[in-house]
Design a protein around this ligand. Structure first.
Ligand SMILES: Nc1ncnc2c1ncn2[C@@H]1O[C@H](COP(=O)(O)OP(=O)(O)OP(=O)(O)O)[C@@H](O)[C@H]1O
Ligand SMILES: [Mg+2]
Length: 290
């Protein structure tokens, strides 16, 4: 429910949500939104990605977004990162951290981002270490005017050791494997200790050990007070700390609730358009074909 006592279900989308497989009905009174989208319309070239999307995300409420390829998950992240803008029209709004027109630097200070696009590929000689360090400045690599402090250097060293990256730190970022790059980019997203950490498929390309380590780290961050927003294709990555699951299909929120509500056979079969069975072992769920 919203502060006004209304149920919010990510409604107002292209399709009628009355048949949504799971609906959100948690009391939200104590939570402050970092994203408030109302009737948002967005285009990517000739394609209308969102026609009428209404969705709020809250500090302290760790959330995962699931959905088929092309459903709009990365576009949602781009709206949050101000890499994509909604159509300006009456009745439509997008507020980030309570502001209609948040300055990009203030946004970056409050939000850590691990996206699917890497601008870093264009800079072949930036050492991996500087990819992390330059996260403090929102740049790719360090310019002459940027003078990192001793504390910033120490923070980078700690993260690199934590993610087992110290030995790779002097290598050019562009020459690392995909999984190694992903780990450096996660360290970069975390380097300034953001309030909200936004992750688009964070474990893509990671080996089993690295994936489990990253998930453990995300759980620890969530418990320590960093708000997580994660896009994933794997329900086994919905760690117990994640309280909210948003199901996105064709640019519409078709489900919005707890893991227990949404990570079930019926909602997920409807989401992906084929019969699926969810099996559970302790806190971990997995999908099996029927
Ligand atoms: N640069 C672009 N120009 C035009 N259309 C695009 C562009 N990028 C994405 N799209 C389209 O926008 C829609 C939403 O894409 P988006 O990347 O948000 O999907 P997604 O849910 O993240 O998919 P995936 O699971 O494959 O990452 C898709 O139909 C996609 O083809
Ligand atoms: Mg994507």
């Amino acid at each position: 429910m919203t502060k006004n006592g209304q149920i919010h279900t990510g409604s107002g989308n292209k399709k009628d949500n009355s048949q949504a497989p799971c609906q959100r009905s948690v009391l939200m009174a104590a939570l402050t939104p970092y994203l408030e989208m109302k009737a948002v319309e967005t285009w990517l070239g000739p394609l209308q990605v969102f026609r009428d999307l209404t969705l709020s995300l809250f500090h302290g409420e760790h959330t995962v977004v699931l959905g088929p390829n092309g459903s709009g998950k990365s576009s949602l992240i781009k709206l949050l990162a101000r890499e994509l803008y909604p159509v300006v029209k009456e009745g439509s709004s997008l507020r980030l951290f309570g502001e209609d027109t948040i300055n990009l630097w203030r946004l970056r200070a409050r939000m850590g981002l691990l996206s699917q696009d890497s601008r870093l590929a264009d800079k072949p000689f930036v050492p991996a270490h500087d990819v992390v360090l330059s996260g403090f400045f929102g740049s790719v690599g360090l310019g002459r005017s940027q003078r990192p402090t001793r504390a910033q250097h120490q923070r980078v060293e700690i993260l690199l050791r934590h993610f087992g990256l110290a030995e790779l730190a002097t290598r050019p970022f562009a020459q690392l494997s995909e999984g190694q790059k992903r780990r450096f980019l996660l360290a970069r997203a975390l380097v300034h200790d953001p309030e909200v950490l936004v992750l688009d498929e964070p474990t893509n390309g990671l080996d089993i050990g690295a994936r489990l380590q990253v998930l453990r780290h995300l759980g620890a961050l969530a418990r320590a007070g960093t708000t997580l927003l994660m896009v994933s294709h794997r329900i086994e990555e919905v760690i117990p700390e994640i309280q909210r699951v948003v199901l996105l299909k064709d640019g519409c929120v078709v489900g919005d609730g707890t893991a227990a509500d949404c990570l079930r056979d019926e909602p997920l079969s409807a989401l992906y358009g084929l019969p699926l069975r969810v099996v559970r072992s302790g806190d971990c769920r997995q999908i099996l074909p029927v």
